[in-house]
Write a protein that binds this ligand. Structure first.
Ligand code: B12
Ligand code: SF4
Length: 592
């Protein structure tokens, strides 16, 4: 008989669970069948945590958006990670596991801003980046000495983050793959929770690791990858080197990967950067434009936008063949009822087909939250879907009802077929061309001006490798529009014919977006237009962070400030017309 001491130690099992998303603007839930996917993107945070877990553990990732959760799973630890939009389901799942006696750890974006609400639903709560705290916890847990709360205050060095374990994901269930090359953003927008968690000093992964991660996604059969950086131009020097390397790698492939990125509008000032995103095969970018009115941009400390002619910036970026998805916000203190018309006009003129329209919300731990709480203008708890007719802020220049009704009407109006069609063709007209690009103010005389450049060909390759599913998807798209009545049919014909006239090479890109628009139309009609959150008001008018369970005794931004991190924001503002506001902001940042 083998002595107990000699028996091999039982391998412990960790189940990492990602709760289901409700329908949202980005869920693409209405076009899963057309796209042939179960959910849009994998949980990169959990895949990263899995990679950080020492080899002696067996790890599984269960994404409830892809498969059902087995509440009797063989596991010693349950790890949950989610965004605030998954709150309800996250807590249900956590409570169910705990009811059955499992030990539950919780982390992710929701815990980073709403730890007070998460606390009652888990055994161990993690706040902030997980690279160091996860390993520390495992060591302490093995010894039976673990804490019940781990907070990562120092920002993680991205050389310490390993390539995510995408081998643990059912990659074919996702529409796109996902990598992250940097974390953090040098700017200081008042409402932003990104800089609360990830800080204002941009930290980057070694470029060779980026290429390795991309190769892994390509090997897994993925054609489209999101570069989930908070701001791709946050560190422009790194971004250029990285995009050059990625572009060289990508263009050498028979079927290059297509990329989605997120960046700030000051990118429009840098011709070299724009050439490189085109070279890398970026086909869509998210821009946080927020408002066409500069008073509102200054109010929210988005000085980089206030100093930029926004319409021109959009047109310049589009001329590099990129589709722009914009974040737009109503409900700033300076917004009056005229803002809805201004937002609509701006979007139509700019030709921004995908506008994530939201009402300003105060997210706990942000400077905006502190200001609104101090002013006694909190009206309810923060919630995770920023594209519903609800906000926790009492508006100043209109009533709450005017704000949510105006918002809802703006959303629905922006997603009528006529409005989408006009925006899409305005954007196709701009692709690969210098037409309509005005000289860009605020540049140094020696800088090249995109308006002086020759016409650019549309060189994007959005489709990836040929797949049988593409034929099936095309048929379903045609069915939706051509069997859906005259209005839909005319819209589809206008989009296709318009593209053939303006930019024939981009015809299949228009087909792609015809699918995208089905989701957005359905979301506008079935979720936003019928949203009952309108009446979601708390009786108690004297709400505070504490009474809402949103207390956050640790403000990570303040902690970072106290460490006097030196950030070179001059790079990020490079070429901007430096107004007094920007100068003050620069000084404030430099003084930290
Ligand atoms: C890619 C992305 C998406 C993708 C989807 C990603 C997915 N998995 O489905 C898309 C574009 C579809 C998307 C959509 C949305 N998104 Co999004 N998204 C991102 C983005 C840019 C990157 C996410 C990511 O992969 N990060 C990289 C990984 C490694 O980071 P991570 O998951 O946070 O994990 C780290 C830590 O949090 C921690 N950690 C995480 N879990 C755990 C667990 C434990 C136990 C431990 C120890 C640690 C830990 O360790 C990890 C490594 O450091 C983030 C911004 C950001 N910088 O994170 C926003 C972000 C997560 N999204 C956000 C929002 C609001 C949304 C939407 C609700 C917007 C909308 N109205 O539609 C939707 C909802 C999604 C849906 N399907 O319905 C917010 C969430 C705010 C919050 N606090 O909850 C963020 C933070 C951006 C922002 N501030 O505006 N998003
Ligand atoms: S530019 Fe975007 S990521 Fe950066 S601080 Fe502003 S809102 Fe946050």
């Amino acid at each position: 008989m083998v002595e107990a001491a000699q028996q091999p130690k039982r391998r412990k099992r960790i189940a990492m669970v990602h709760p289901k998303f409700p329908p949202s603007f980005w869920s693409f839930g209405f076009i899963k069948e057309i796209g042939g996917f179960k959910t849009v993107m994998p949980p990169l945070g959990l895949a990263t945590l899995a990679a950080l877990t020492p080899d002696e553990y067996d790890v599984v990732i269960v994404d409830e958006n892809v498969e059902d959760i087995d509440f009797e799973i063989n596991a010693d630890l349950i790890v949950l990670s989610s965004m605030a939009i998954q709150e309800e389901r996250m807590f249900e799942v956590a409570d169910e596991f705990r009811r059955r006696g499992y030990f539950v750890c919780m982390g992710g974006p929701i815990c980073n801003v709403l730890p007070g609400r998460c606390r009652p639903h888990c055994d161990v709560l993690f706040e902030g980046e997980g690279e160091y705290t996860w390993k520390q916890f495992l060591t302490e847990w093995e010894k039976g000495e673990h804490a019940d709360n781990y907070v990562q205050e120092e920002k993680v060095d991205l050389r310490d983050t390993p390539p995510p374990r995408i081998d643990l994901l059912q990659t074919s269930a996702y529409r796109v793959g996902c990598i992250q090359t940097t974390r953090g953003c040098p700017f200081n927008c008042e409402f932003c929770d990104i800089i609360v968690t990830y800080g204002r000093k941009v930290r980057a992964k070694p470029i060779e690791n980026v290429i390795k991660e991309l190769q892994a996604w390509a090997d897994a059969g993925v054609d489209f990858v999101t570069i989930a950086d908070d701001n791709l131009v946050g560190d422009r020097v790194y971004a250029k080197k990285m995009l050059k390397a990625v572009g060289d790698w990508n263009r050498a492939r028979r079927y290059p990967l297509a990329f989605y990125v997120e960046m700030s509008v000051d990118a429009a000032r840098d011709v070299e950067f724009l050439e490189l995103i085109r070279h890398a095969n970026v086909v869509e970018t998210f821009l946080g434009i927020e408002s066409p009115r500069s008073e509102q941009l200054k109010e929210t400390k988005k000085f980089q936008n206030a100093a930029t002619p926004l319409l021109d910036a959009v047109k310049i970026i589009q001329s590099y063949g990129v589709v722009i998805a914009a974040g737009m916000i109503v409900g700033f203190d300076n917004d009056d009822v005229g803002i809805f018309e201004d937002q609509y006009t701006f979007l139509q003129m700019a030709g921004i087909p995908i506008a994530m329209l939201g009402i300003l919300q105060a997210i706990p731990r942000t400077p905006l939250y502190e200001r609104i709480e101090k002013a006694g203008r909190l009206r309810s708890a923060a919630q995770g879907n920023n594209t519903l007719s609800v906000t926790n802020i009492e508006p100043l220049k209109m009533t709450y009802e005017e704000l949510v009704t105006g918002y809802r009407n703006l959303f629905v109006r922006s997603y009528t077929l006529d409005a989408i069609g006009e925006r899409w063709l305005n954007n196709v007209k701009q692709w690969g061309s210098k037409r309509d690009v005005p000289p860009f103010p605020g540049k140094k005389p020696e800088d090249p001006n995109p308006a002086d450049e020759p016409n650019r060909k549309w060189i994007q390759k959005p489709l990836g490798r040929p797949r049988i599913h593409l034929i099936f998807a095309t048929l379903l798209i045609l069915k939706y529009y051509f069997a859906g009545g005259k209005e839909k049919r005319n819209f589809a014909l206008k989009m296709m014919w318009g593209t053939l006239k303006l930019q024939p090479a981009a015809f299949m890109q228009t087909m792609n977006y015809l699918a995208y628009f089905i989701h957005l139309r359905e979301y506008a009609d079935k979720v936003v237009a019928r949203d009952e959150k309108f009446n979601y008001v708390f009786d108690d008018k004297n709400l505070t962070a504490e009474s809402l369970g949103e207390d956050g005794h640790i403000n990570m931004v303040k902690n970072e400030r106290s460490k006097k991190t030196k950030i070179n924001v001059n790079d990020a503002y490079d070429g901007a017309e430096v107004t007094a506001d920007i100068a003050a902001d620069l000084e404030a940042v430099q003084a930290r």
